[in-house]
Write a protein that binds this ligand. Structure first.
Ligand SMILES: *Cc1c(COP(=O)(O)O)cnc(C)c1O
Length: 374
């Protein structure tokens, strides 16, 4: 079935007990054993499994075309699980432009547990090749990257990684399965911050891992172990909210992407803007690879102001329709001065503004940007 159909039907069904068309929320933390000690409904305790989470996980697996999926209480909980499933002494390679939480988690937290990491510019796959070590166990790809929208060639990284005996995990949050299918390109794990496009309404935190192999694979079993014992699982209501948002995911992402393309072209033509980072623009250095591995370019973009940091701060201060806030993927358009959010040590240019394009009309967003840029 096509993505639109899966988005509506995966993980859903008529409730046998009531005939309800939409799922109920099962808040119970614990479930009764049968007389023989078994669990006839497959649920034991909500940290290890819950009907709302099981439904959501099966929908996630369907949307990314994976054999298994795991839901978490945040995107970072999903990311942490992948690295915690590795061993002390293992080596990982990540992009040098990537979600700052991932960078800090690996660099500061996992380093204390003996995980070695290199951060390289993945726009050139030779940088990945040069960073490989005999102990490299995982290559983490984020494409397009946050916040500079750099593009990595997923299939090329997979070829290198698998030849070296390493797994490939792809943070697919910005592309979404609507535009990019990493498992079909050979990746082993897809990660999502479902706080973003999956939830889509800026009202629920969540994370997901979707795997090419099923529960019987030793690595997937490790992920499941960390999920259950680490305990960073989503509440039943959060699972319910996320499942409620999935049917509109393809429609939202298509509409937001169409508007983002218009906004990107407007910005690229504006004299106050020195560069627009959007892979849909032919001038973008990753355009050719993006056009090959994505079916659309997404609704995130960033741009740099010719007038430097003060011009960026000034434009962000003058917007009326955009909200100055972090995060992305919701129905409302957001703008932020990214270097301030990322804090000390960030390599993000200080004149850069990041934008999440929502569901407003393109003309209104462009008019707001035109007055803010002056
Ligand atoms: C937001 C984000 C994350 C972190 O997800 P949380 O849900 O905030 O924990 C990871 N990767 C990317 C690309 C993100 O945008």
């Amino acid at each position: 079935m096509k993505l639109e159909t899966l988005a509506v039907h995966a993980g859903r069904g008529i409730e046998p007990a009531t005939g309800a068309v939409t799922p109920s929320i099962t808040l119970a933390t614990t479930f009764e054993r049968a007389e023989d000690g078994s669990f006839p409904h497959g649920n034991l305790y909500t940290r290890s499994g819950n009907p709302n989470r099981a439904a959501l996980e099966s929908a996630y697996a369907a949307l990314e075309g994976g054999a298994a999926a795991l839901a978490f209480g945040s995107g970072m909980a999903a990311t942490a699980t992948v690295f915690q499933a590795l061993q002390s002494g293992d080596h990982v390679i990540l992009p040098d432009d990537l979600y700052h939480g991932t960078r800090f988690f690996v660099r500061d937290v996992m380093a204390r547990w003996g995980l070695a990491a290199d951060f390289v510019d993945m726009r050139d796959v030779r940088n990945v090749e040069n960073a490989l070590r005999p102990t490299t166990r995982l290559i983490w790809v984020e494409t397009p990257t946050n916040p500079q929208l750099r593009i990595a060639d997923i299939a090329a990284v997979v070829t290198l990684a698998h030849a070296a005996g390493a797994l490939v995990a792809v943070d697919n949050t910005w592309a979404t399965p609507v535009w990019q299918r990493p498992l079909a390109l050979g990746a082993d794990v897809v990660m999502h911050s479902t706080t973003k496009y999956f939830g889509g309404h800026s009202d629920v935190l969540g994370g997901a891992l979707i795997t090419r192999d099923g529960e019987e694979s030793p690595f997937v079993a490790r992920l499941r172990e960390v999920q259950k014992l680490g305990g960073a699982v989503p509440a039943p209501f959060d699972c319910w909210l996320l499942l409620r948002s999935l049917p509109t995911l393809p429609l939202r992402v298509r509409a937001q992407t169409e508007t983002a393309g218009k906004v990107a072209r407007f910005l690229a033509s504006h004299s106050a803007v020195s560069v627009v980072h959007y892979p849909g623009l032919e001038s973008h250095d990753g355009h050719a690879v993006a056009a090959r591995q994505m079916t659309g370019f997404g609704a995130m973009l960033s741009f740099e102001l010719a007038g430097g940091e003060s011009a960026a701060m000034g434009a962000a201060a003058r917007v009326k329709l955009f909200t100055r806030a972090t995060s992305l993927g919701g129905v409302e358009s957001l703008i932020e001065h990214r270097a301030s959010v990322e804090g000390e040590g960030t390599k993000t240019p200080r004149n850069l503004l990041r934008m999440s394009v929502g569901l407003e009309h393109a003309d209104d967003l462009i008019e707001d940007l035109a007055q803010a840029l002056g």
